[in-house]
Ligand binder design. Structure first.
Ligand SMILES: Cc1cc2nc3c(=O)[nH]c(=O)nc-3n(C[C@H](O)[C@H](O)[C@H](O)COP(=O)(O)OP(=O)(O)OC[C@H]3O[C@@H](n4cnc5c(N)ncnc54)[C@H](O)[C@@H]3O)c2cc1C
Ligand code: SF4
Length: 545
């Protein structure tokens, strides 16, 4: 059965901050010049924002450039940042440290990024952008010359056995003169583009963290709207990169999360359980006692920075936002840079659309223009900070101070990265970690947590967690690393099950629980796990994360 084809000037894959900013900028430019461009955005979440998980403190720089009258247009930026706290936690205490300049949030806003992108989606639609939530781009399409000509959404109604069910409907082809990939961190189609066009040959490997987040409603007496706290130290040992955030939003809500660098080396480490025990710390627990946890989720976050930025263009398309990797790690902020990259790409593509020579072209004007923006300078100046933590927290803190205050980001060297999946030690060479049991008051188990992510997948579909070799989970992962996927997956998707006598160990994949964080695709030691999009609309349904 042939697929239906829909033609656009520009197809954008992903309705996050970068994709929607690009769409808005294209429409603004066309309107300014009395010209029309057709732009569509496809989003795998059931609605715009459903798969968005962030902190989030928004630096409004790009928003000011994109929609200067955002206040009049009702943008959900309701909580100006008020006070910054930076704490070093020890096992039983905490020490307040001076806030590093990158973490000074004066002028920023505490937001729900999910709600912000819902608003951006409305602005885009008002300008005439066609937005299709509930459609996952499953395949990149190429023309005869090998240029990208669009994407195809996945077929719906394929059963577990790979055969069409009664609900079968063929995917749709979306053709664009240009296709912009805005899939966010570890984009699944972007991963294929890296290989197809060799986009990473001149950059460091991308590196990542996993961020696990909860949204709480707390006792109003303990709430301080606009308060921002970041912690480092306990429960991480000094060799493991990680820290927390607590952001006091409106309506007595607190967003609390923990980010752990995926270059951790102990296969016994469980990011989920580290986060749960972090909330037991005497400096943290009182905030949540008497409160109610209302949402849970997890998402990978880029940590490679400037030296990991790949080639951004190829014939017929480009990469924008976190799928390329523009996050400023010391700031823990990637929204303003994701938006800026989308806007800059749109500004480079638009004249070519107008001139009529955009189809299948490689728009080299985009990276050239990006290099002249504040984004490039910003990422360059902090490029050595995250890799300086490869030698541990104390070395990282000391180097970061020197780099920031003495060299001011202009040191004549650049530190490099190694891929995260190579960092695990053998289970026998790493200390086991005994995690406390959840108390059901401030700490919880995985399943009750996943419940709060409102994750849902059609059960009768092929697993979207695919294994290149089905023997590796037992012969390598279990044998050498004690099956670390059981611990790094924040949703309990991977389980080693055995017969009643303990024999016949095998990997069970509970794919319907997957919150699309992409950690398994990153951290699997032999890169045997390949995450592909499930049926569109499946996955978490985050309310306001
Ligand atoms: C725990 C955590 C805390 C953070 N805190 C902050 C913060 O405080 N401030 C800040 O500025 N930044 C923060 N960030 C980073 C910020 O969230 C990202 O930089 C930003 O969301 C990137 O925007 P994006 O548009 O590139 O990608 P995303 O926001 O990830 O959006 C990508 C969209 O594309 C969709 N998609 C992906 N693949 C497909 C496909 N194949 N087909 C269809 N749709 C697809 C996804 O569902 C998603 O909606 C944080 C990130 C994390 C994980
Ligand atoms: S299966 Fe993979 S992508 Fe899904 S929640 Fe677990 S680690 Fe994240």
């Amino acid at each position: 059965m042939d697929r239906e084809v829909m033609e656009y000037d520009v197809v954008i894959v992903g309705g996050g901050p970068s994709g929607l900013s690009a769409a808005i900028r294209l429409k603004q430019l066309a309107a300014e010049q009395g010209h029309d461009v057709s732009v569509c955005v496809i989003e795998k979440g059931a609605e715009i924002g459903a798969h968005i998980l962030s902190g989030a403190v928004l630096e409004p720089r790009s928003l000011n450039e994109l929609i200067p009258d955002w206040k009049d247009k009702g943008a959900p930026l309701n909580t100006p940042a008020k006070e910054d706290h930076f704490l070093l936690l020890t096992a039983g205490g905490s020490i307040r440290l001076p806030t590093p300049p990158q973490m000074n949030n004066h002028g920023n806003y505490i937001i729900s990024l999910g709600n912000f992108v819902r608003w951006l989606g409305q602005q885009a639609e008002a300008l005439g952008v066609e937005i299709y939530p509930g459609f996952a781009a499953a395949e990149v399409l190429y023309d005869e010359q090998g240029a990208v000509k669009g994407v195809a959404t996945g077929d719906m109604g394929i059963g577990k056995d790979g055969q069409p069910t009664a609900n079968f409907s063929r995917g749709v082809e979306l053709h664009g003169k240009q296709t912009m990939f805005a899939e966010g961190c570890r984009g699944s189609l972007t991963k294929g583009l890296f290989e197809k066009f060799n986009l990473r040959s001149d950059s460091d490997p991308q590196t990542f963290g996993i961020g696990i987040k909860e949204l709480w409603e707390i006792d109003p007496a303990k709430h301080s709207q606009g308060k921002i706290t970041h912690t480092i130290g306990w429960p991480m040992d000094s060799g493991t990169y990680g820290g927390s955030f607590l952001y006091h939003l409106e309506n007595n809500q607190v967003a609390v999360g923990f980010v752990i660098g995926l270059d951790y080396d102990n296969p016994h480490l469980s990011p989920f359980e580290e986060f749960q025990r972090f909330k037991q710390h005497p400096a943290i627990r009182p905030t949540f006692e008497g409160g109610r946890r209302v949402a849970y989720g997890a998402r990978a976050i880029n940590e490679g920075g400037f030296q990991s930025i790949p080639k951004l263009t190829f014939p017929g398309g480009c990469l924008i936002g976190c799928t390329a990797g523009f996050l400023n790690v010391p700031k823990i902020k990637g929204t303003h840079t994701a938006m800026k990259s989308g806007m800059t790409a749109a500004e480079a593509i638009y004249p070519r659309l107008k001139a009529g020579d955009a189809a299948g072209a490689e728009i080299a004007e985009y990276p050239a223009a990006l290099k002249k923006t504040w984004l490039w300078d910003e990422l360059y100046s902090v490029r050595n900070i995250r890799p300086s933590f490869h030698r541990g927290m104390w070395a990282g803190l000391a180097y970061s101070a020197i780099d920031t205050y003495l060299f001011r980001g202009k040191a004549p060297w650049t530190f490099h990265h190694k891929p995260d999946h190579l960092s695990l030690k053998k289970a026998s060479e790493a200390p086991k970690i005994a995690y406390p049991k959840p108390d059901g008051v401030v700490s919880f188990d995985r399943l009750s947590s996943v419940f709060l992510s409102a994750t849902n997948h059609e059960e009768n579909q092929p697993a979207h967690l695919t294994l290149k070799n089905k023997d590796v989970p037992i012969s390598t992962n279990l044998a050498l690393y004690d099956a670390p996927e059981q611990r790094y997956c924040p949703a309990g998707v991977y389980e080693i099950v055995r017969d009643s006598d303990g024999s016949n160990a095998r990997l069970q994949i509970n794919a319907q629980n997957c919150v699309h964080c992409k950690t398994c695709d990153i951290k699997d030691p032999t890169q045997n796990i390949h995450w592909v999009v499930p049926e569109g609309g499946g996955g978490p349904n985050y309310p306001n994360m």
